[in-house]
Design a protein around this ligand. Structure first.
Ligand SMILES: *[C@@H]1O[C@H](CO)[C@@H](O)[C@H](O)[C@H]1NC(C)=O
Length: 226
């Protein structure tokens, strides 16, 4: 049940303009008020938890004695690996879904919602600052959301109802897109969201990875630049 609700909200975040979903959304309105509070709390909590976890490099051996090629404890975080050429900025409208219902079903989303989600429309606006790694994802639809990330930067808590995700953003290994790794630590599953720029299209792949070995599914969605 909890997985189902969670999945529902994920899909609502991605697909949001369907009258068939409206009745469901009404039920979530009070929930989102709580979510807003929880997000603020979550970010605060994360900040306070973060400080002890990222201490300056331990005052161990002088660097004149040890100068290994890779010294993880003293190396700065890899914040500057920005591919110089990619720019995902733009507004993209959903054009096609592949395997989306299976992707939802494996998360426990019911039939009616899977159908509705598969035919719903959505628009994603990406603001990608190549120089700083700032990446803002704006989803417009029945439920609109906006999250600001920093590529290779701090993780961001995102919350959907009572589920908390810890999102981290990196470039894809080939540098042609962006990966958002959403971890649900409590419920022990991840969602990997990869957006890859292909001409005037964004190919968005989402896959569920269950920590208990259950088989996850992958959906592919094609967005076209508007
Ligand atoms: C990235 O693309 C956006 C939208 O086309 C544009 O406004 C922006 O200047 C571009 N940034 C760079 C660094 O080229």
């Amino acid at each position: 049940m909890s997985v189902s609700v969670d999945s529902l909200l994920i899909l609502l975040g991605a697909f949001s303009t369907s009258k068939e979903l409206a009745f469901t959304i009404d039920a979530f309105v009070p929930v989102y008020t709580a979510v807003a509070i929880a997000i603020v709390y979550g970010v605060y909590k994360e900040d306070s938890q973060r400080k002890p976890s990222s201490p300056p490099s331990p005052p161990s051996l002088p660097s004149s004695i040890i100068s290994p090629p890779s010294s993880p404890s003293s190396a700065p975080p890899p914040l500057k690996k920005y591919p110089p050429s990619i720019n995902l900025s733009g507004t993209y409208k959903l054009f096609k879904n592949q395997n989306y219902q299976d992707f939802l079903a494996c998360q426990g989303v019911g039939w009616a919602l899977r159908k509705a989600a598969d035919s719903a429309s959505t628009t994603h606006t990406l603001t990608h600052d190549v120089d700083t790694g700032r990446f803002v994802l704006d989803v417009k639809g029945l439920i609109s959301s906006q999250v600001e990330y920093r590529i290779y930067g701090e993780s961001v808590r995102t919350q959907i109802k009572d589920k908390t995700f810890t999102d981290t953003v990196t470039y894809l290994p080939d540098g042609l897109g962006i990966r958002i790794h959403k971890q649900n630590l409590k419920d022990k599953y991840d969602i990997i969201v990869e957006r890859r720029l292909k001409g005037d299209e964004i190919e968005m792949k989402q896959r569920v990875e269950f920590k208990d070995g259950r088989e996850g599914k992958e959906a592919v969605q094609i967005f076209k630049r508007v």
